[in-house]
Design a protein around this ligand. Structure first.
Ligand SMILES: [Zn+2]
Length: 331
């Protein structure tokens, strides 16, 4: 294979994993790719990225890309730029700019006379029209970037008064167990950062039309909802996540796969395949992936069109009825 061919393959693969644009990669990959195709973050940067991932990735709305993250860009000088979608639609049908959604997930609020941040160890740094810088320690930075039209400054100014007036006692409860939480966050930082840097896999390598995520102590759970008549197609995502070069150092610890079982295909029963992945070495943490099809959950194609979801992706994960048999996750 020619060097050009290999570079093309690497660009294609990196796009699959990160959501990055081929055009940007063509101009950058040869400089970026010194050791691994997707570099690891150091410990401090990993914790920052993991915290942002944790707060943005709970789902609960309609997104064109997983959790409203179109791509994660890692520049040659180590900066991580998370590109957000334009907008999202809430479960109640209200449309919001993604910048508004992200601030809702991340911004501090006030309780008992002190500010209690949602992401209580993050601080804002650089604020430009399309970029909002976040840091944990003043050294490492992650940039949230939205397309033209975003005005982070005005969004923040709009929130100033409501933030001052909020007095939510319940938000202080978590402070008592802060030390425990801190260590649990450290434990899963490698996983959160690694997944944020491979965020597009949930879009390109899965048949799920919706992904939700939450943490339970040292376990990070992702629930991937697939329509009943579309194959769960978990093998492609698992293979790419565990890929020796492009993936994370993960292995399957436990698996429960029922999609080949005739009984699971019966109408009215939920199809569910669960995989628990752990580090191949000694890092703490479990990634639990739940692939499922819930009877009666058909997905909402019209709402995903409202957030400008890619038509080709929609045709794959929410095809017109009767057209799903030939549509599977592209290899
Ligand atoms: Zn299965």
């Amino acid at each position: 294979m020619s060097a050009g061919g290999r570079l093309t393959d690497r660009i294609r693969t990196r796009c699959l994993y990160t959501g990055e644009s081929p055009r940007w990669l063509k101009g950058s990959l040869t400089r970026l790719d010194n050791l691994r195709p997707i570099p690891d973050a150091d410990e401090s940067q990993a914790l920052l990225e993991s915290r942002v991932m944790e707060h943005l990735a709970h789902g609960g709305a309609y997104f064109a890309h997983p959790f409203g993250i179109a791509r994660t860009r890692i520049t040659s000088d180590g900066e991580t730029i998370v590109h957000l979608d334009d907008r999202t639609v809430s479960e109640s049908g209200d449309q919001h700019p993604m910048s508004t959604y992200a601030l809702d997930c991340l911004l501090p609020t006030r309780g008992k006379g002190i500010y209690v941040p949602r992401a209580d160890d993050l601080r804002m740094t650089v604020i430009r029209n399309t970029d909002l810088g976040l840091t944990r320690n003043g050294v490492r930075t992650l940039v949230l970037r939205r397309t033209a039209g975003t005005r982070w400054r005005s969004e923040l100014a709009d929130r100033e008064s409501p933030l001052r007036e909020t007095d939510d006692d319940s938000l202080t409860i978590s402070m008592g167990s802060r030390l425990t939480w801190h260590w649990e966050r450290l434990d899963l930082a490698w996983l959160g950062s690694g997944l944020l840097r491979r965020i597009a896999l949930f879009h390109t390598s899965s048949s799920a039309y919706r992904v939700t995520s939450w943490r339970q102590r040292r376990e990070w759970i992702f629930e991937l909802d697939t329509r009943r008549d579309v194959p769960l197609g978990h093998d492609v995502l698992l293979e790419r996540l565990m890929d020796r070069v492009w993936g994370l150092p993960l292995r399957i610890q436990r698996a429960s796969c029922t999609c080949g079982n005739d009984g699971s295909r019966a109408e009215g029963t939920m199809k569910s395949c669960v995989f628990c992945l752990v580090h191949t070495g000694d890092r703490v943490g479990v990634l639990q992936l739940r692939f499922r099809s819930v009877p009666g959950a058909a997905g909402d194609r019209a709402t995903l069109q409202r957030v400008s979801a890619d038509p080709a992706w929609l045709d794959r994960v929410l095809p017109a009825q009767g057209e799903s048999s030939a549509l599977e996750v592209p290899a």
